[in-house]
Design a protein around this ligand. Sequence first.
Ligand code: HEM
Length: 452
Amino acid sequence: MTGAIKTFTWAEVEQSALKKTTVDDVENGGPALMVIHNKVYDIGAGTGFFRFHPGGAVAISQIGKDASGAFEVFHTENAESMMSDFYVGDLAPKEVPKPNPFKEDVNELRNKLIAMGAFKSNKLYYVWKLVSTFSICAASAAILINYGRTSTLAVIAAGSLMAIFWQQSGWLAHDFLHHQVFKNRFYNNVVGYIVGNVWQGFSVSWWKDKHCTHHSVPNVHGEDPDINTMPFLAWSEHALELFHDLKDADAARFFVNYQATLFFPILGVARLAWCFSSVRFNMGDKLLISPTVAFWEKSTLAAHYIWLLSLTFTFCTPLLGLLFLFVAECGCGLLLAFVFTVNHNGMPVYTTEESKKYDFYELQIRTGRDVYSNLFSDWFTGGLNYQVEHHMFPTLPRHNFYMSQGLVEELCKKHNVPFHKTTLVGGTGEILARLAQLSNAANKIRRIEKKN
Ligand code: HEM
């Protein structure tokens, strides 16, 4: 005889999220509940979830919430078959949300895209992208080999090409690591390690953790790592409230005061920060990844630094070598981070409570900015000019984003959800205006603080 199914209220589910922001908190802190399609799952203490979960700690972002949308976008049927291990009961009947016509239309749209063949990748396209991207690196290396000891201008040109190579590698690794290319995720990960770790110097595990969390909770204050840029840049009034808690509040006041002016120079150091975080993520004795993954992470990251430093200092004088690295590192930071900011920054930022008002897919649409498609913007942004569509369907191959855009716009019109599309220049203007607005708000706070 089987026992009655246990039922839960939303209050119980939400309560289980309190004080759980790290794997340690979750593994040592009682149940950690989430709702997927009105069923309740526990990934908390004693469940062994993090030793099993290929998506790692990203799932923490959904504890206490309706995780249905996040589950749908990241998983295959294989994961569905494993959910029973974590199933603990159902939502109490009176707690089950009313059917959401918007969400139903999103599901219909996904099915339509599947029927159109949009989720099938064109392997030749990706061969072309791999070859053409690598040839940018080869061109940079050829210039260094021939002129690395004699021409400053040539070294600057080589550094610029290397910056573009790393930026384009970033988009390619992004496609593979969202599993847009192969059905078998192992192959996507292998190419991800070559393009991400060896070519570009960013760790796959670090990137997946940060980037998939961003997808789960885009522009949610305190949760989305991509807007956690204090003390350098504030993206919302909520970030200004942190002034009082920050150890480096003086630095924050300085940077935020001038943030519209300092915006581009700050983007220039982004790559160095990401390279540092990539290495740090894979060091220490409390790793979030298995020893085998850690071995491959460390080996492939080491390979990156070996080829880069050998190329630079075999063919350049020490001074020109440093110039090459400066142009390449800062140039790539600028090129990558600029696209990320255009994708989301200056768009609405929500608190966790506010974000819960919106369905997962509506949150993606409200917080993303599309950029009009043309040959340059498609290439420069690696297809992420279709940001909203990418967030709704992360496994959709880049070359098929265009198939979904009109359909997503229609859906938004039908359900009165704001869909924002502009040019690269227009998006930059919006970002700078928002940064300046927040500088003014920060100054107001400072004046009030001085008066008191
Ligand atoms: C009971 C709940 C869950 C189970 C059983 C589960 C299981 C799995 C499995 C088996 C995979 C491998 C891919 C696949 O076979 O589809 C996976 C990947 C993933 N999961 Fe979960 N998952 C759960 C909840 C979540 C939640 C709530 C999130 C939060 C957003 C999440 C984020 C991810 C991500 C980002 C990946 C992709 C990792 C990669 O690209 O390598 N998972 N999960």
